[in-house]
Ligand binder design. Structure first.
Ligand code: NCD
Length: 331
């Protein structure tokens, strides 16, 4: 038996080893949406893994990740069991540890476990305990590798490359796990430049800076004031924005200058794309990191991005069901 195909971190992901998932994700989108025979295709896919099962253990709130994993499982005909808010609605509320939970779930012989956990290292701990493939659906402020699959697929699809890019990240760069996973991928592609725009309390973690410092050909600059956007955005290819991660312990709210208005989005060149992993915080629309009018802006691609995460998850699940490693192995 080969290695268990866990997906815990985006650190080993490269443009080359992710290629089969990118390719298949795009093919699956076509089969399910564009082709004449889409309903037949969907019916056929739903026969593929009948009799296989997934368990989705979600210790934190989720909309996109949970629904897209559940639908991806259903799209392949898999059975599934999901617990949402596991801290409240599973035996975690009775003090059960993650280790006991995953060890018990393994006894039910599922084919894959999707885990969203509220602390860094949850997925790695689970993977060290069980032989069932673990997919990290977010571990506290740690990582979110399947989101990064969808994010990088969106960049590739929309701009045709993952290298020679100028990427501007704005928002909560310290507690945002999607940023960490995406930076791992893009920092390994040639000749990318990053601009990081945030307040000092929410700025990039030291370990990511150390990583970037160690990589030849990668350059980056940190900015603690939004005035930098006037200079940076006209040169930007990808503008990636996040909300303040209030649920992950972010100590302060980003002040409401760190937001994208129509005027901000208009600074981007025609070919550029504006990404956001969502949810966009609209609890107070006047402070929202994406002003409501930007939803319809011609640079905005967040819905497409969310769709690509779904297709990437379908492609990842297929490889796991086929017993293939998620990342293409070097020849
Ligand atoms: C993100 C997350 O949970 O890390 N959401 C998602 O899965 N698309 C981003 C966020 O919550 O801000």
């Amino acid at each position: 038996m080969g290695e268990v195909p866990h997906v815990i971190t985006a650190a080993p992901f490269t443009a080359v080893n992710m290629e089969p998932v990118f390719f298949r994700a795009q093919e699956l989108r076509k089969l399910r949406t564009e082709d004449e025979g889409r309903l037949n295709n969907k019916r056929e896919m739903a026969q593929a893994y009948v009799g296989r099962q997934a368990v989705n253990l979600f210790y934190q709130e989720s909309t996109r990740t949970r629904i897209s994993f559940e639908l991806a499982e259903a799209a392949w005909g898999m059975g599934k069991s999901t617990t949402t808010e596991a801290r409240k609605f599973s035996s975690a509320s009775k003090g059960e540890t993650l280790a006991h939970t995953v060890n018990v779930v393994e006894q039910y012989d599922p084919d894959v476990m999707v885990l969203r956990y509220d602390f860094v290292g949850g997925a790695a701990e689970a993977a060290s305990l069980v032989k069932v493939p673990i997919l990290n659906a977010g571990d506290g402020p740690g990582e979110h590798p399947t989101q990064a699959f969808g994010d990088s697929l969106t960049i590739l699809e929309q701009l045709g490359r993952l290298d020679n890019l100028r990427i501007t990240f704005m928002g909560d760069l310290r507690f945002g796990r999607t940023i960490r996973s995406l930076v791992y991928i893009l920092s390994k592609c040639q000749n990318n430049h990053f601009d990081f725009v945030s307040t000092p309390d929410l700025s990039l973690s030291e370990d990511i800076k150390e990583l970037l410092d160690s990589l030849p050909g990668i350059t980056y600059k940190e900015h603690d004031h939004v005035s930098a956007l006037t200079e940076v955005l006209p040169e930007t290819d990808v503008f990636y924005v996040t909300r303040t991660q209030t649920n992950q312990g972010a100590p302060v709210l980003l002040n409401n200058q760190f937001r994208v208005t129509r005027a901000t989005a208009d600074l981007l060149p025609q070919h550029a794309i504006l990404l956001h992993p969502m949810p966009i915080d609209r609890s107070d629309p006047s402070r929202s990191e994406i002003a409501p009018e930007v939803d319809e802006h011609p640079r905005a691609r967040f819905y497409r991005q969310a769709g690509n995460c779904f297709y990437a998850r379908m492609a990842i699940l297929e490889r796991i069901m086929e017993g293939k490693p998620v990342l293409e192995q070097a020849a």
